[in-house]
Design a protein around this ligand. Sequence first.
Ligand code: NAP
Length: 317
Amino acid sequence: MDHNQILDVLIIGSGPAGLSAAVYAVRANLSVLVAEKEYCGTGQIAESDQVDNYLGLPSMNGYDLGESFREHAKSLGVEFYEGMADGFYQIEKSEGTEEERASNRGWNVHFTDGRQIQAKTVIYCAGAAHRRLGVEGEDEFAGKGVSYCAVCDGAFYRGKETAVIGGGDTALGDALYLSDLCDKVYLIHRRDEFRGSPSSVRQLREKDNVEILTSAAPARIVGEQTVTALELKDGRSIPVHGAFVAVGMQPLTEPLRGVIDLDETGYAVADETGVTSAPGFFVAGDVRTKALRQVVTAVSDGANAAVSAAEYLKQFF
Ligand code: NAP
């Protein structure tokens, strides 16, 4: 593909939302490019050991599911570009009526490597990043016992003692995954009730090597060269070699500040159509305001946003 042409759709992100948008856009005969920050990435899904709730594919490994999404898009001719978008600028039109000048502008997207790509529409699906716990020792021991991805780093803790911090589906899934590798896993959650699925909590309660500590808030991660313990606010010290932080995600919407409306927590304000406050700029997946952030809703968002982009192109170009 000639990257200097004005694309119909530039998709930012190659997770389930971006790849689904790409499949729908290319099947609608639109010129499409998927920009991804990592070569051959498929987003957060690659970090999930097991995805049990994607319809028709029970017990699917997250990495494999992501790869099959990617292969599907590639088989239809979708092209990829490795680059991190960091600026979105509407192309100003100097001709036409006021209405035409206001709507038919398209976007000039800047990348950190200096490249610029122009597109009539953008579908932004950059997803979310791991939220930090914000306790002493977290930064100091990052990569030396503190991890944000059990599937990536769990094998380093085979036969050892670890703690998972958090009470959502990620923390529960991480604790289950680690319980098959580690001698002992502490699941540490700040409340009495779990946010994640009751069936995962049940599975964890049945494991002999899992100890669940509720109403337990971490105060400090301690160690020497590497982590040796997790200290709780109530004064208890839990001896562990690894601390897996799973306290939620933060949308990767920093480059969208001043471009489209974001809510007070940084999510892009949009319903399932993906339409945002800026013309020709759509969002899909975990970056947008919604109740349920799952693979299935990301895939659905991508499809909807591509259809919205196609309708927009028909109307304004
Ligand atoms: P989440 O649902 O937002 O849960 C974050 C957890 O971290 C909550 O339990 C929260 O406690 C806790 N937490 C937040 N800040 C904390 C702090 N400073 N100190 C201690 N604990 C803190 O995030 P998630 O688990 O990453 O899940 C994100 C989305 O992905 C959810 O919609 C989830 O269902 C989905 N997901 C699905 C699957 C799957 O279906 N296989 C797997 C992973 C994730 P409180 O509960 O007290 O707020």
